[in-house]
Ligand binder design. Structure first.
Ligand code: GLU
Length: 303
């Protein structure tokens, strides 16, 4: 298969699009990003990188970071994590507070904001925010084998100053006894984790541990990888998760920075980025590009 050719064709096609969605506006630092950009990178099971477009431009990974913090939290707490956060799709927006009242402060899954806040709170146990962020960065750098990966402090500051919705979620969870630390502490860590900057090439490399290929680095057990992938498939795109499964057929996690990490089990890790979002807060062109790639490669978990 001429993967390089396929990626070049996808990037060329995306360059012609005038409808590109709009960058997230509730984090001012993200609203300034040029929506004209598009990058795609794939690491195959043989360890080779393939990339096209703006694949080496750094962007804010935002909620894609939740895949890595989930892996860390499961490593630290094991199945005890599930007493504090569920494993069902929410069918609601990424930042919704609605179900929290009905479900008494136990978020539906670790990929919506409320669930990710609880997951980060779980990793914080026994450490300072600085140590916890160090552990998150170490995990991602080790996964990608790239020590240059860093936190974009301007994005973290921007979200902290405008993160009233997330503060509301954290306080509400705290009111139900499901947050162990002060909301400011947990959210300070969460906003910095979301502000990690990576390129598509770095993100695809960091995603290799989810491929479950004997040739690629393994940071967690094969069984745990399957479970993380299951949650990415059912919950990784918020209320657009069913649509992503239908159109792309691969586990994926999106972020409001416009990045998506997807996994073709046994075959490849894929990262795309385009800052313009669709109505559900997922990268508009990124989703299309994933669909094109899945169709042209035949990669799907559904046969
Ligand atoms: N930091 C963002 C927030 O909490 C992440 C959301 C996302 O990427 O979907 O609002």
């Amino acid at each position: 298969m001429d993967l390089r050719g396929i990626l070049d064709e996808i990037a060329a096609e995306m360059a012609t699009r005038s409808e590109r969605g709009a960058p997230a506006s509730y984090i001012p630092e993200l609203a300034r990003v040029d929506p004209g950009q598009f990058g795609i990178a794939v690491v195959t099971a043989d360890g080779r990188d393939h990339a096209a477009g703006d694949a080496d431009a750094a962007f804010s990974i935002q909620s894609v970071s939740k895949v890595f913090t989930l892996a860390l939290a499961l490593g630290k707490l094991g199945d005890r994590l599930w007493t504090r956060v569920g494993r069902e799709p929410s069918g609601l927006a990424f930042n919704s507070i609605l179900q929290l009242e009905h479900e008494k402060g136990r978020p539906r899954n670790p990929f919506i904001n409320s669930g990710a806040i609880v997951t980060t709170d779980a990793i914080l146990e026994g450490s300072t925010p600085r140590e916890t962020l160090g552990a998150i960065l170490r995990f991602i750098r080790e996964a990608a084998e790239d020590d240059a990966i860093h936190i974009d402090k301007a994005v973290a500051r921007s979200e902290t100053a405008h993160g009233h919705g997330n503060f509301a979620l954290a306080h509400y969870i705290k009111a139900h006894g499901n947050l162990r630390h002060a909301p400011e502490l947990t959210l300070g860590t969460y906003f910095h984790q979301c502000a990690i900057a990576m390129s598509c090439r770095q993100l695809a490399r960091a995603g290799r541990f989810l491929v479950n290929a004997p040739t690629l680095p393994r940071l967690v057990s094969a069984e745990r990888v399957r479970r993380i992938n299951a949650l990415m498939m059912t919950c990784g795109h918020y209320d657009g998760s069913g649509e992503f499964a239908f159109r792309v057929g691969l586990p994926g996690k999106s972020g409001v920075g416009g990045g998506i990490l997807a996994v073709a089990p046994g075959k490849a890790a894929i990262a795309v980025w385009s800052p313009g979002l669709n109505a559900r807060g997922n990268s508009a062109l990124g989703t299309e590009a994933m669909e094109m790639l899945a169709r042209r490669t035949g990669w799907s978990v559904f046969g």
